[in-house]
Design a protein around this ligand. Structure first.
Ligand code: HAM
Length: 419
């Protein structure tokens, strides 16, 4: 019996992998244009990192973490998201000591034990970015402009930027008290999870996925109506900058996000068509207290992550052919050694080249070359080779020339360069 993959994970096969690479290349170019540098963070982290950042009473930490003890009993996990690891790395490597502003991006897999469905996986991938060290609302607008541009540049049309402000340490406590009061008054109508959360972390009740709860929550007080003067001014400034830049957005007063670290600006980029229920392509916001809470200096932060599976589902199919060889080397008779040498030399020059592995007939090797989509075939036959020549066949033009073996490499490299 064969062994199947784990539930909720996917193989990216040749063809699809090339489409992902192309998208990643576009993302890298955009990040470079906006001054972001790549950071590669580990896939395993201490479990505590996410308990202290994403939050103990969130779905992610309560239900969705791949947590396991290592051989000494230390509790580790597969990272469910990238913000907390980036902040950990920022603190641990004292990045703030070299530059007061860090603009970092990452691309890689994340893991959440969710119920798999279309657009929701247990291993999924994010293209994320974080800016540490800038408190001004101009940055929020810059990051939002960038994510909208990036998603558009990748080829996605039909997204809506939904925006809200969640307040901060000054105004949120009063809001939470009001919210808790409301939730207690409707307690009987809420699910079991919400009963517990309304005491521990009332904000999390607002993103309960239970439909019964959602109906009751439509009457709950709004965080965006409880903002202090500073948070209100920040939010107004973000919106004004977005308007100046012509970035369209929709205010969404019930948007709270499912992670605890957000303050002030929070947003989701939602596909208006093409994704079905799981329609957030990207999401993020500001997290000003997080660096301090994780043991670093009091440095503000803001960022986002794009879900790659959802992004790719929105892109036109396009060409998804795996990379083709430029040249196929066909060896006929006892010419294997020379064929292999030519093949290796060309590969060292960067020419994508393939060869057959068994001593098959020329006809069958040409068939293989055609199937692979090779543009040229170098045919090494015994008699020709003895005369110091090879045959170079142009598969498209159906023409072939004799080329001196000594010049074959040069000739093929030149054709590759001028393709
Ligand atoms: P998040 O909203 O949890 O935020 O995830 C961001 C994006 O990842 C989602 O909008 C979605 O496209 C994708 N995503 C999440 N879970 C899954 C899943 N199970 N399957 C497929 N795609 C998924 C964060 O992760 C924050 N770290 C974003 C951020 C960065 N905030 C500030 N900086």
């Amino acid at each position: 019996m064969s062994v199947a993959s784990v539930k909720g994970v996917r193989d990216l096969l040749p063809g699809e992998a090339e489409r992902w690479q192309a998208a990643e290349l576009v993302a890298r170019a955009v990040f470079r244009a906006y001054g972001f540098a790549e950071i590669r963070i580990p896939i395993i982290e201490s479990n505590e990192l996410f308990v202290r950042s994403v939050g103990e009473a969130t779905d992610i930490v309560e239900k969705e973490m791949f947590t396991f003890p290592d051989r000494h009993g230390e509790l580790l996990c597969l990272r469910p998201e990238g913000t907390a690891p980036v902040v950990r790395a920022f603190i641990e490597n004292k990045l703030y000591a070299t530059d007061p502003v860090a603009k970092l991006f990452y691309i890689g897999p994340m893991f959440r034990y969710e119920r798999p469905q279309r657009g929701r996986y247990r291993q999924f991938h994010q293209i994320g970015a974080e800016v540490l060290g800038v408190a001004e609302p101009l940055l929020d607008a810059e990051v939002l402009e960038m994510v909208v541009h990036l998603v558009g540049r990748l080829g996605v049309t039909g997204v809506e930027l939904q925006l809200n402000s969640l307040g901060d340490a000054r105004c949120r406590p009063a809001f939470l008290t009001a919210l808790q009061g409301f939730l207690r008054s409707v307690r009987a109508e809420l699910c079991g999870d919400c009963h517990r959360r309304l005491e521990v972390n009332p904000l999390r009740v607002l993103d309960c996925k239970n439909e019964g709860c959602q109906a009751v929550l439509a009457r709950a007080p709004l965080v965006s109506e409880a903002l202090c003067a500073e948070c209100r001014a920040h939010y107004e400034a973000v919106k004004a900058y977005l308007r100046q830049q012509g970035v369209a957005f929709v205010e969404h007063p019930r948007l709270v996000r499912g992670l605890d670290y957000y303050v002030r600006t929070a947003f989701e980029l939602v596909a208006t068509t093409g994704l079905g229920a799981k329609n957030e392509v990207a999401a993020g916001g500001r997290y000003d207290g997080l660096v301090r809470d994780l043991g670093g200096p009091d440095v503000p932060g803001m960022g986002f992550a794009i879900g790659m599976e959802r992004l790719m589902a929105l892109l036109p199919e396009g060409s998804s052919e795996p990379a083709q060889p430029f040249l196929f080397v066909a060896s006929v008779g006892q010419t294997g050694e020379a064929a292999w040498r030519l093949l290796t030399e060309l590969r060292h020059e960067g020419v994508p080249a393939e060869a057959g592995y068994e001593g098959k007939s020329l006809k069958s090797q040409l068939r293989r070359a055609h199937k692979l989509g090779a543009l040229y075939v170098a045919i090494l036959g015994e008699d020709e080779l003895n005369a110091g020549q090879i045959t170079l066949r142009d598969m498209k033009a159906q023409r072939q020339d004799a080329v001196p073996l000594a010049r074959a490499r040069q000739e093929i490299v030149a054709r590759w360069a001028s393709r």
